[in-house]
Design a binder for this molecule. Structure first.
Ligand code: GDP
Ligand code: IMO
Ligand code: MG
Length: 424
């Protein structure tokens, strides 16, 4: 039987999904992105060489895998062409094994423009988006006014629709206090990339179902993380897609019976980019130290990531909501040398200890973390390859996580490189 796997981020994104996907892709015939867009930044480090993928599935380094951009993804042709060119410069012609769903919505020039205008209009209440046009694109999708990749089959008709769309969007941009987009310039900048990706566009649902029937093995690559989910994350400080198992289902067109096991990626501490409550955040020198040691700067925007202790309240919540079978714990090495490791195991709100995050953002901003403090370790875990190689306290840290969550930790990251991992 083929082994199908889903990889999901269980925190606020940037958990190290790229590394885990790259590792698991050796067994996969197909690697499938199902939601999000170029807001994602998935890092793969092989032989000291770093590659950051935004729209392309992180399984591309497996030359035998077919890469699918499913219909739940919002696709920016300009960003995709940049990424394909970067890989081409490195000697890999991904276009030969890349499929783009004809139902995937296109990020149009109006979308980043509106993203910026909306953020500016929100002022201090801004989401802190990646400004890649994600929210406005999904808004158009839900409003049934978007344009899909399938439209690229007739570029002339597409151009007319694009112009009409940009004209309508300019009214909204101006209402938000932004300048109107120069439509001729935007169309001229967009069409060459649109033309280039048009031959890759096809019915991905058919391809996925045929591959399933042929017993091929699948790796589904989640983007963002559970707390950025549009429905169950820290709304409104979230992205505009479903980042959990639901997004994999609706964004691929396969049935839940076909998805296989669910691997949740968890960083050994917590980071967040952008605005919104972060219960276990460290705003002092310890947070800064984690940021420096962990090189916690955004893979997409370069912004400094906010850092804090491991929060098992949100990770437990994500495990329950997504049916997580196993955890890949990343960046354990970054905790080397910490004397003590507080782990958040509860949220206290008005005298009551909650097991999951409250829905109202005002309540979430008020919760106090309940910590259990574990001893740190002084010998390095960096580069460890077996569980027994890890310092005893690091082993205990892992066992504590497993026990609290009731989910096995099957991979432990001890460095950024592909082979710097403990497989249990
Ligand atoms: P993603 O968005 O979930 O794919 O994660 P990012 O690529 O945005 O951020 C994770 C960062 O941590 C990248 O720079 C990775 O190279 C790095 N990384 C992943 N796993 C490990 C690990 O176990 N140890 C260390 N030190 N770095 C890691
Ligand atoms: P990966 O896949 C971390 C965050 C943004 C912002 C919010 C909304 O690399 O884990 P958006 O541009 O999506 O409308 O921004 O979501 N965000 C991410 N944070 N990792 C990501 O992706 C993210 N994608 C979006 O910082 O707070
Ligand atoms: Mg990332």
């Amino acid at each position: 039987m083929p082994r199908n796997r889903v990889v999901l981020g269980l925190q606020w994104g940037d958990e190290g999904k790229g590394k885990v996907i790259d590792l698991l892709a050796v067994d996969a015939d197909l690697v499938v992105r199902c939601q999000g867009g170029a807001n994602a930044g998935h890092t793969v480090v092989v032989g000291g060489k770093k590659t950051v993928l935004h729209l392309l599935p992180s399984g591309i380094l497996n030359e035998n895998a077919r890469c699918i951009i499913g219909h739940g993804v919002v696709l920016d042709p300009i960003a995709l062409c940049h990424e394909m060119d970067d890989l081409l410069a490195g000697g890999s012609d991904i276009a030969k094994r890349l499929v783009v769903s004809d139902r995937a919505h296109l990020v149009l020039p109006s979308h980043p423009h509106l993203d910026k205008a909306q953020e500016l209009a929100k002022g201090a209440a801004k989401v802190g988006t990646t400004l890649r046009g994600i929210g406005p694109c999904y808004t158009d999708k839900a409003a049934r006014s978007g344009l899909r990749a399938g439209e690229l089959i007739d570029l002339k008709a597409f151009e007319a629709k694009l112009r009409a769309h940009l004209k309508a969007s300019n009214v909204i941009a101006q209402a938000l206090g932004a300048e109107a987009l120069d439509i001729d310039a935007a169309v001229a900048a967009y069409l060459p990339s649109a033309r280039r990706i048009a031959p890759l566009v096809t019915d991905s649902i058919r391809i996925l179902h045929e591959a399933m029937a042929a017993q091929k093995s699948f790796l589904f690559e989640g983007a963002q993380g559970a707390q950025l989910d549009l429905d169950v994350g820290t709304y409104p400080f979230v992205t505009s897609s479903n980042t959990g198992i639901g997004g994999i289902l609706t964004g691929s067109g396969l049935s839940h019976k076909q998805l296989g096991s669910v691997i949740g990626v968890v960083k050994a501490y917590t980071t967040r980019v952008g605005s919104g409550p972060f219960t276990a955040e460290l705003t002092d020198a310890r947070g800064e130290a984690l940021r420096q040691r962990g090189r916690e700067f955004g893979s997409t925007t370069g912004r400094p990531r906010r850092c804090g202790w491991l929060d098992l309240v949100i990770v437990g919540y994500a495990c329950r909501l997504n049916g997580v079978d196993a955890i890949a714990l990343t960046k354990l090495d970054i905790l080397d040398g910490e004397k003590e490791l507080p782990v958040c195991i509860g949220y206290r709100l008005d005298g009551e200890v909650l097991e999951g995050p409250p829905a109202r953002i005002e309540d979430l901003a008020r919760v106090e973390p309940v910590y259990q403090t574990l001893p740190g370790w002084s010998t390095p875990s960096t580069g460890a390859r077996t569980f027994a190689d890890l310092p005893k306290e690091a082993q205990d840290y892992v066992r504590f996580i497993e026990k609290r969550l009731g989910v096995p930790v099957s991979w432990i990251g001890t460095g950024a490189g592909r082979d710097e991992i403990v497989v249990r």
